[in-house]
Write a protein that binds this ligand. Structure first.
Ligand code: MG
Length: 240
């Protein structure tokens, strides 16, 4: 039976709006919400993980080269590609800085709007999502995914650059590495505003994390959730 489904499919696959530009339909709550966050250069002593040019520090989770779109100093997730991880693994105490922006997708809703995430040690996800203007829940942008919502919603509009500064302290284990004596502790600044203050996370692998032994170091992971989320300027500063 022949049906005219193809033209409809083609139409629905073609965005009627620019994903990286707001249109007249978008009404910002505040003027500052449509201004990019100021990019913060890596301080002295930081390990630059992504400078917008070199992708050498990253790999797919299966060890193959990353094939995200690299253009104009940023990286864009490609649907179906899979998560990417730093080749280096990290432990102890450090600060992670990353800048990101989510596409403007007014026809999508909830977890279907610009979903990605930054997993510290591959295990603890700080959610990336277009949650602009919502009352933030524990699955929204800047949430420690499915554990704690951010204290407030400080999202910028979609298509606008935002930042995370994540102060991370690995969980502590006893000398044989079996018994946890201190949970992981996570402080997050979203666009410069503290939205988690030394949050103690008892669960050592949030949804879709890499898992593994939480007593061991882990990589930084950027999630492929099927949406074209962009990243730039990612660095990590180990604590002395
Ligand atoms: Mg996510």
């Amino acid at each position: 039976m022949f049906r005219l489904v193809l033209p409809a499919l083609l139409l629905s696959a073609t965005p009627l709006f620019a994903q990286w530009k707001l249109d007249d339909q978008f009404k910002p709550l505040k003027a500052g919400d449509i201004v990019d966050v100021k990019s913060m250069p890596a301080p002295e002593g930081a390990i630059v993980l992504f400078d917008g040019k070199s992708v050498d520090k990253w790999t797919k989770t299966n060890g193959k080269p990353v094939e995200w779109k690299l253009e104009d100093g940023h990286w864009e997730g490609v649907k179906g590609h899979g998560d990417i991880v730093t080749k280096e693994k990290f432990a102890g105490k450090f600060k992670l800085h990353a800048e990101f922006r989510v596409p403007y997708e007014p026809d999508n809703k909830g977890q279907g709007r610009g979903n990605s995430g930054i997993y510290v040690q591959g295990r603890y996800e700080i959610q990336v999502l277009d949650s602009y203007g919502l009352k933030s829940g524990k699955n929204d942008c800047a949430a420690i995914y499915d554990i704690f919502p951010p204290r407030e919603n400080v999202c910028k509009a979609p298509s606008v650059w935002q930042s995370y500064d994540i102060e991370f302290t690995s969980p502590v284990f006893d000398t044989d590495g079996k018994k946890k004596t201190e949970p992981v502790r996570i402080t997050v600044y979203h666009n410069g505003v503290k939205v988690h203050d030394d949050a103690k996370v008892e669960k050592d692998n949030t949804t879709a994390g890499l898992g593994g032994d939480p007593a061991k170091p882990g990589p930084i992971l950027l999630q492929d959730h099927g949406h074209p989320v962009q990243f730039r300027n990612i660095w990590l500063l180990p604590s002395k």
